[in-house]
Write a protein that binds this ligand. Structure first.
Ligand SMILES: [Fe+2]
Length: 304
């Protein structure tokens, strides 16, 4: 039976200092498709049916995460989740018909750290939905740094209906109402910044070819290629435009309600190893820096 929860990440909105450069990168190198423009905002889709998975807007200052939009199955779920979020006293607007090219029904809210989220259903999604070689399908997960892990845990589990399925030390993995192992990861950190955003590719061949395409375009691998413990997904991490922390991933473990939680002792690697294959070098210094680099906008939670 479906539980009262989000089904996963629908899209992210990022404000960038150099919009033309970022737009060219996300189309030509990252391989999304630009499908709409509304004012100064550009919308990019993957090959899933979601109307868009990335929105880019011009930043007044440094690059910023503007919003993470979560997908709900239907309007009733949006309304029910709104009731919980409003009831918990979080800042939010009311569910309404949304403007903009994606349309839909939803509302915006802020977490306790001021980060902006949205919960959306019934958007103007595409009829076609296929996993295509060398092209991102959708956002697999967003990893959020948090200075107050118990508070964010409360939001994800008590209000959004997500389930904590693994904990590998500082990282906590949350399953949405989906067979995908996790959709949101939270990482204990000194500040409430973005850790990274992972885009799902259809297979390992696409991750390897994508890594090569990134290297050719001047974006070397910052960590990987390797295969993670929790989620068992293959990974390659990069510093995208303006050093936005990006991941190409594939093979996310498919789970159901019988999946057993494991903690840090279970997920500890043998000395010298950082992935299942034992092939990835350690993270670069740059990756360590940029996984705490991107701040969230603390205003503009309400959806037009
Ligand atoms: Fe990741």
């Amino acid at each position: 039976m479906a539980r009262l929860s989000i089904t996963g990440i629908r899209s992210i909105e990022v404000a960038v200092a150099d919009l033309p450069r970022a737009a060219k990168f996300y189309s030509d190198v990252w391989r999304l498709s630009e499908i709409a423009q509304d004012g100064e905002t550009l919308y990019f889709r993957g090959t899933s049916s979601f109307h868009h998975i990335l929105a880019l807007t011009p930043a007044k200052g440094p690059q910023q995460m503007r919003r993470v939009s979560l997908n709900a199955r239907d309007r009733a779920t949006v309304d029910a989740l709104h009731g919980k979020i409003a009831g918990a006293g979080l800042t939010c607007d009311s569910p309404h018909a949304l403007k903009g090219p994606a349309g839909g029904y939803g509302f915006g809210f802020q977490d306790q750290a001021g980060r902006c989220f949205a919960i959306i259903s019934d958007a103007n999604d595409h009829k076609d939905d296929a996993r295509i070689a060398d092209r991102p399908y959708r956002i697999a997960h967003v990893n959020l740094n948090t200075a107050d892990q118990p508070v964010l845990h409360g939001l994800l589990s008590d209000l959004l209906g997500c389930r904590l399925v693994d904990n590998s030390g500082p990282q906590f993995f949350y399953n949405a109402d989906s067979t995908d192992h996790s959709a949101i990861v939270i990482c204990k950190a000194p500040a409430d910044t973005l850790n990274h955003v992972a885009f799902e590719l259809p297979d390992l061949e696409s991750v390897m070819r994508g890594a090569g395409r990134m290297i050719d375009a001047g974006y070397p691998i910052e960590w990987g290629v390797g295969r993670h413990g929790p989620g068992n997904n293959a990974f390659a991490y990069f510093a995208g435009p303006e050093e936005f922390p990006l991941e190409y991933t594939c093979d996310v473990e498919q789970i159901d309600e019988t999946y057993e939680f494991h903690g840090p002792d279970f997920w500890k690697w043998p000395v010298g190893r950082l992935d299942h294959w034992g092939v990835t070098p350690p993270h670069t210094k740059r990756w360590h820096r940029i996984q705490n680099l991107v701040e969230f906008s603390k205003s503009g939670y309400a959806l037009p």
